[in-house]
Design a protein around this ligand. Structure first.
Ligand code: TXA
Ligand code: MG
Length: 322
């Protein structure tokens, strides 16, 4: 306990000095910087290799801080925040005038979230201000769900990595934009559309998530994101079987993540059929297969139903042409 306090104090001191501190959230690890310090924010974008027009999420310790960061709080925002915070939900709201352009990508809105991981909350409470934290990976790569994933990617570019064990949710927060005439889900996550709708009524899904009639084809215009370095392909069970049947003998250069067991001796992860467990393990499974440096990773297409929306989104992006 005493040790934990020391570590938090040290982390707060580093954030106040404009350094980067990685910390666990329930979704993925975040790479944190003081949201009010332009130099710290610049250092964050530099370390991540992120283009300046991509906005970042401000993390807060409690709902009462919302009013400081926004110029207006619609009723729907209060309803969603009361229901889902602390938790894996990000709200896009009209920004307060003092919010740095550098964290909003020059937009008039700001992304806000109160995470539920106890270590994140300890850090945010002790720091007091907002902490901008994109997922702690280099731009376009897989998000980290363990402290070691962060260390191996950033080394001494990050002053400190708080280790809170593996992340429980495993994929990034659901993002709901409340700045337009109708609420819109910009990024699906493990808080589902139906759960959002049960609180605020109808929400739209951003266009890129509704056009994917064929999930094995990368939808046009989708940036490659959340991707391993090994090319990743999505395949239905029958297609996967055909690929395996046609493998040249003795030269198995593919790794597979599928819901069934391996028919041959090969690099194969049996995926969990429960969406929450699948999401929790998704990025660490892909990292494990990526490390093998084979020619291709094949992932069996997840079920069609809405419990898998967030997972399907990440897989389609991971499979998108670079
Ligand atoms: O679960 C999460 O949300 C994790 C953890 C660390 O909290 N964070 C995360 O951050 O995924 P990042 O930077 O990897 O993704 C943030 C997403 C981006 O897609 C960005 O475009 C969107 O949030 N975003 C942030 N502010 C926005 C804004 N003002 N308008 C529209 N989109 C915004
Ligand atoms: Mg990210």
């Amino acid at each position: 306990m005493h040790d934990d306090r020391n570590i938090i104090e040290q982390a707060v001191h580093l954030l106040q000095s404009g350094e980067l501190v990685a910390f666990p959230t329930e979704t993925v690890y975040g790479l944190g910087a003081d949201a009010s310090n332009p130099a710290a924010v610049a250092k964050l974008y530099e370390a991540k290799g992120r283009p300046g027009n991509h906005p970042v999420i401000v993390h807060l310790s409690e709902l009462s801080q919302l009013s400081f960061w926004t110029s207006q709080i619609p009723d729907n925002a209060m309803r969603l925040a009361e229901k889902f915070w602390p938790g894996p939900l990000t709200l896009i709201l009209p920004k307060a005038p003092h919010v740095l352009d550098a964290i909003t990508g020059g937009q008039k809105s700001v992304g806000l979230r109160v995470p539920s991981h106890p270590l994140a909350l300890d850090l945010l409470k002790a720091f007091g201000g907002g902490v901008v934290a994109p997922s702690a990976n280099k731009f376009g790569r897989l998000s980290p769900t363990k402290a070691n994933d962060v260390r191996s990617e950033f080394h001494d570019q990050v002053a400190m990595v708080l280790d809170g064990g593996p992340c429980a949710v495993g994929i990034e927060s659901t993002i709901v934009d409340l700045t337009g005439s109708q609420p819109m889900i910009l990024r699906p996550g493990m808080i589902e559309q139906a759960e959002i709708e049960s609180v605020i009524g109808a929400v739209r899904l951003a266009a890129q998530f509704v056009e994917d009639e064929s999930i094995t084809r990368a939808p046009g215009g989708l940036p490659s994101h959340y991707a391993p370095t090994t090319p990743l392909k999505l395949a239905h069970a029958d297609e996967l079987q055909r690929i395996i049947d046609n493998l040249p003998k003795g030269r198995v250069r593919i790794a597979v993540m599928a819901f069934s067991a391996a028919p041959l001796e090969m690099d194969w992860i049996i995926a969990n059929s429960d969406p929450h467990a699948f999401a929790r393990d998704l990025y660490s499974n892909l990292r494990q297969l990526d490390k093998l440096q084979l020619d291709q990773i094949i992932v069996e297409v997840p079920p069609e139903d809405s419990h898998w929306d967030g997972i399907r989104d990440r897989l389609v992006r991971a499979a998108a042409d670079k």
